[in-house]
Design a protein around this ligand. Structure first.
Ligand code: 3YE
Length: 197
């Protein structure tokens, strides 16, 4: 079974979905550890009996923080690192350590709405579909090879917060689907594209 380290910030939905799917066998993975830059999800990790490392970024440079993240991660020798709503930009040296091994979920139908507040951007643009994209992490934020995506319809009644709420279900299903494809060795990277077999 593939060993996976999951990185999180504050949001529980993507982590929760992976934990439940690993627990019930839908995802045949060994979740070695969960690493968070906040302590919010430690109790959830504990409920599933998985080690949680709180690696706080406050007062540290990005390099210092990432050195601590790497220490926490590397003791588990993971096959893959999943950013399950981990909300920090990773430096090129961190990315280079785990080539095609880091999977991120971005809360838009890329290439629309890169960056921090895609639901707000989607709301302001008045789009009628919103989506989520799972991709491998490269140096360029949200630009790496796309593994899978999905969308749902929205309408003028949706506030940005309504879009975020509805989008959570898409985010978690897209991320878990991508992880399933990757751990089954079905995803091949060719430049900035993937082939799924
Ligand atoms: N790093 C690289 N490439 C990627 N990180 C993520 C995806 C991805 C990546 O494709 N190189 C929010 C936007 C970043 C933001 O600006 N965050 C702050 C910290 C905020 C905080 O700690 O609360 C920052 O300085 O990074 C994952 C998604 C990153 C979203």
């Amino acid at each position: 079974r593939k060993r996976v380290v999951i990185m999180v910030t504050k949001e529980a939905h993507c982590l929760g979905d992976i934990l439940v799917k690993a627990f019930d066998g839908t995802l045949d993975i060994d979740i070695a550890a969960i690493v968070g830059n906040y302590d919010h999800l430690g109790s959830l990790a504990e409920k599933f009996d998985i080690p949680f490392h709180h690696v706080c970024h406050e007062g540290l440079s990005r390099e210092e923080h990432e050195a601590k993240l790497q220490d926490a991660i590397d003791q588990y020798s993971p096959d893959y690192i999943v950013l399950a709503k981990f909300m920090r930009i990773l430096t090129p040296s961190f990315v280079a350590k785990y080539p095609s091994k880091i999977i991120n979920i971005h809360h838009s139908f890329l290439p629309a709405f890169i960056g921090a507040k895609p639901y707000q951007q989607a709301f302001e643009r008045g789009v009628k579909i919103i989506g989520a994209t799972a991709h491998f992490v490269t140096n360029d934020l949200d630009e790496g090879p796309i593994i899978t995506q999905n969308v749902i319809p929205v309408d003028h009644n949706f506030s940005a917060a309504d879009m975020a709420r509805a989008g959570r279900d898409v985010e978690k299903s897209v991320l878990s689907k991508a992880l399933g494809l990757v751990i089954d060795d079905r995803v091949f990277v060719y430049g900035n594209r993937t082939v799924i077999l």
